[in-house]
Design a protein around this ligand. Structure first.
Ligand code: PLP
Length: 388
């Protein structure tokens, strides 16, 4: 055992389950296993051509140096315009970050003092609790339940507030449940945040992947709380640009300046050619809609297939490209179900426990070609209907 002394916060966190599973699936495939991975959290599409070309052009032109730390002016202006026109968010400042993930982290670092609490609505994305801990805070999970369709209520929120709560961190459309916050919930959340003087961090990374004509609500559009909302978004999911690493934070000058203080000492800026690609991608919302329509068709395909399996219950996703399923197989927990499905069906999914969920749900990513999805659905059906 080494005598190295490491950051104690590391002892409080686990590796990201979805990254571990994606790596495992990649390795198994490289070794020749015929498995279908539904673990990944990224679009299976190529980056739209116009955006990719703008990035390539940037490299050819030598746009490969540091840029203004907060992001190049045309991109920041374009994001401001997008937020005003599409989201009703009139922000004072924008900070371009390498993905929305790092944006959330710098926001937490900028706000939290040791012991401050952050309310996280569970099931929640795998990194929220870990990031809060790394930033020195204490995550407080607010358990939402399958049987209530993961509705957020004031009553539920009030049970988890304390004198140390500083932030409510939430994500809509939601990874992993696929739930989309409605107007009543948005009002409950903003009323609650105002009443307790909280800061809201609204992760809207799946904003454009929303189905059946639903409307995405940005909490920062409520003028009564806008000064205390940090809107987080990016191009990873809507424009299939996960590898370009472009996200952003938007909000009041005070909050974004604080985040930038952390950012400039830990990141400097992101690649200019990535920013140029993002700028171009924002000009082509039709490409987002095409992918969205396809995800919706896949959701329907998967839902119809899973409906035929007695041990599976499922609420059809309202957004995102995830299917969130409750599986009742011989009393197995979600980790055991995923192991079983990997062994018997050769399909990789992520167990609900990775999202702080205890009701034996699993998450399947439908960002996978239709042929593979059909093959995976048939294999899952066979495995779950069989004895084990
Ligand atoms: N937020 C949520 C809820 C996510 O699911 C993900 C990716 O899986 C991210 C943030 C990270 O996005 P980005 O690639 O912009 O860092």
């Amino acid at each position: 055992m080494s005598d190295l002394v490491l950051n104690k916060n590391l002892r409080k966190i686990q590796p990201s389950a979805s990254i571990l599973l994606m790596d495992k699936a990649r390795q198994m495939k490289a070794e020749g296993a015929d498995i279908i991975s539904l673990a990944g959290g990224e679009p299976d599409y190529d980056t739209p051509f116009a955006a990719a070309r703008a990035g390539i052009h940037g490299i050819e032109e030598g746009r490969t140096h540091y840029t203004a730390g907060r992001g190049i002016a045309p991109l920041r202006k374009r994001i401001e315009k997008k937020l005003a026109e599409e989201n009703g968010v009139l922000c004072r400042e924008v900070l371009v970050t390498p993905g929305c993930k790092y944006g959330i982290f710098v926001a937490l670092m900028a706000i939290l003092n040791p012991g401050d609490e952050v309310m996280v609505l569970d099931p929640s994305w795998v990194s929220y609790h870990a990031m809060v801990r790394l930033a020195g805070g204490t995550p407080v999970g607010v358990p939402l339940s399958y049987k209530d369709g993961y509705r957020i209520t004031k009553r539920q929120l009030e049970q988890y507030i304390s004198g140390r709560t500083r932030i409510l961190l939430l994500n809509t459309p939601n990874n992993p449940t696929g739930r989309v916050m409605d107007e009543e919930e948005a009002k409950d959340i903003t009323d609650f945040a105002r009443k307790h003087g909280l800061i809201l961090i609204a992760d809207e990374i799946y904003e454009k992947i929303i189905f059946d004509g639903r409307r995405h609500i940005s909490l920062g559009s409520d003028p009564g709380i806008a000064e205390r909302v940090i809107t987080v978004n990016g191009l990873s999911k809507c424009a299939a640009m996960t590898g370009w690493r472009v996200g952003y934070l938007a909000g009041s000058k005070e909050l974004i300046d604080a985040a930038y203080m952390v950012y400039q000492h830990t990141m400097t800026c992101i690649s200019e050619f990535s920013q140029l690609a993002a700028l171009e991608a924002l000009e082509h919302p039709e490409t987002f809609a095409e992918m969205r329509d396809d995800y919706q068709a896949r959701r329907d395909l998967w839902f119809d297939a899973m409906r035929e399996i007695p041990s599976v219950s499922m609420l059809p996703a309202e957004g995102t490209f995830y299917a969130w399923m409750k599986i009742d197989k011989n009393g197995m927990d979600s980790g055991q179900v995923c192991d079983y499905l990997l062994r018997e069906a050769k399909v990789v999914m992520v167990p609900g426990i990775a999202y702080n969920e205890a009701e034996c749900c699993v998450r399947a990513s439908l960002a996978t070609g239709t042929a593979d999805l059909k093959r995976a659905a048939a294999a899952v059906k066979k495995a779950l209907n069989g004895a084990c």
